[in-house]
Design a protein around this ligand. Sequence first.
Ligand SMILES: Nc1ncnc2c1ncn2[C@@H]1O[C@H](COP(=O)(O)OP(=O)(O)OP(=O)(O)O)[C@@H](O)[C@H]1O
Ligand SMILES: [Mg+2]
Length: 553
Amino acid sequence: MQQGQPMIVMSEDAQRVKDKDAQDYNISAARAVAEAVRSTLGPKGMDKMLVDSMGSVTITNDGVTILQEMDIDNPTAEMIIEVAETQEDEAGDGTTTAVAIAGELLKNAEDLLEQDIHPTAIIKGFHLASEQAREEIDDIARDVDTDDEDLLRSVAETSMTGKGAEVNKEHLSQLIVDAVRSVTVENDAGENVVDLEFLNIETQTGRSVGESDLLEGGIVDKDPVHDNMPTAAENADILLLNQPIEVEETDVDTEVSVTDPDQLQKFLDREEKQLKEKVEAIADLGADVVFCQKGIDDLAQHYLAKEGILAVRRAKKSDLEFLKEVVDASIVSDLESATTEDLGHGDVTRDDEDELFYVEGEGAHGVTLLLRGSTDHVVDELERGINDALDVVAQTVSDGRVLAGGGAIEVELASRLRDYADSVSGREQLAVEAYADSLELVPRVLAENAGLDSIDTLVDLRAAHDEGDVTAGLNVFSNDVEDTFEAGVVEPAHAKEQAVTSASEAANLVLKIDDIISAGDLSTDKGGDEEGGAPGGAPGGMGGMGGGMGGMM
Ligand SMILES: Nc1ncnc2c1ncn2[C@@H]1O[C@H](COP(=O)(O)OP(=O)(O)OP(=O)(O)O)[C@@H](O)[C@H]1O
Ligand SMILES: [Mg+2]
């Protein structure tokens, strides 16, 4: 090879963006994601309407749902979405907060980069600050009595307001607290363990949200397969079947040619016999009720009715899985090898109005939260809000540490981190301060979304915290800076710890990149871009998002 000639190792289509350009590119992509969810933060946050490529519509306020439904195709933006997903998995709530803080961290990092501070120093500073923030959260958090129902209700309300639960929040928060408590057990070490596996959420449209209810056991939203079957059974032996009660089909396509009517009759007789045997097997087991995940042949339905067995076909797999816990049964996938041990025991009753079965078990536990709402969109958003609330109440019951919300915790953390920054030497100190500023985004946005002046609110909050009011926050219902803990705006500490950690880890991941090598084109906007590459302009792939979401933000 000749000296001095560059060696080309990348294909012609490949693009490469380096150093400052790479940082700019990444930071603007990440910030675009954070901007997209900001306006949904808090009870007064707005919703977004997301229309997917098939035209189906989701209306939501839930950070993680918005980001997952948005058709984002940008690698950096996807890293930020992962923050939301981690937050959802680990804490169940606070996804908007985590993403918004990550965006703000990057915005402030950009300023530091402008001042020629090396990314390594920023990364170190952010890391120190987030470790310190976790310690401070633990210090600030109040230990609460996990039997304190009022407090648990407040935690539920704080989490679900803004997600379609406003009007009925007292009723719903009580249902949530009751639901969590009914699936809480104390372990040998005396700790509360909440097992949300034993909690099933069912949704029904047509009635008002206020008619949502908590039921012992499970429900099956199906009709009996035959009119002559009983519709209820007390003290019943229940079979959960994952096998069709139909004539077994051969694996290969077969053709049977008959030459005289007798042969045909024989053939039909054989099928009839097979079905009869299946039903007899069920009757011999002693089952009074059969919930079958697969189909049931017409003739088999008739035999089952004759045996006085209540049978339901095409039950949902998830329902069967849940009923298994409720009635303490096994799911049978082969009738021939089934034994009485596989049967569950409990009461099955019929709700004629709603056309569904209630199944209550003996001994084993499990509850169903039946959410109602007028339309699918209402119920879907309610379900997301309820899911968040269940998670945070469960966390509070098992962890016992809570914080004042409405930005109180963020302002207090910021103030403590600024003190801590004094002890940090070098340029990292500036990063710790930038971290503190970033946390204050939460009260600023809460104020903004409530139509208040964010600067005034922040000034008031800082003043209150300087006076020592650790729990001073913004209550967007009274629009006042007040003790939000007393006002019932309460959040679990664990979710906040997770939010600050994942936000800073995501920011650091983005900051660490100084070279983007892409096999394809990074910019969707081909040509006409004088800067020649993606940096400075809209990051690749974000163009579509900006356009698609533009009307809603
Ligand atoms: N009455 C209130 N006044 C002020 N702030 C409130 C009030 N109720 C809740 N908040 C605050 O709203 C924030 C939570 O808002 P929201 O539920 O929209 O976002 P998130 O929990 O971060 O994300 P998501 O719920 O989308 O996963 C928290 O900071 C909480 O303290
Ligand atoms: Mg929330």
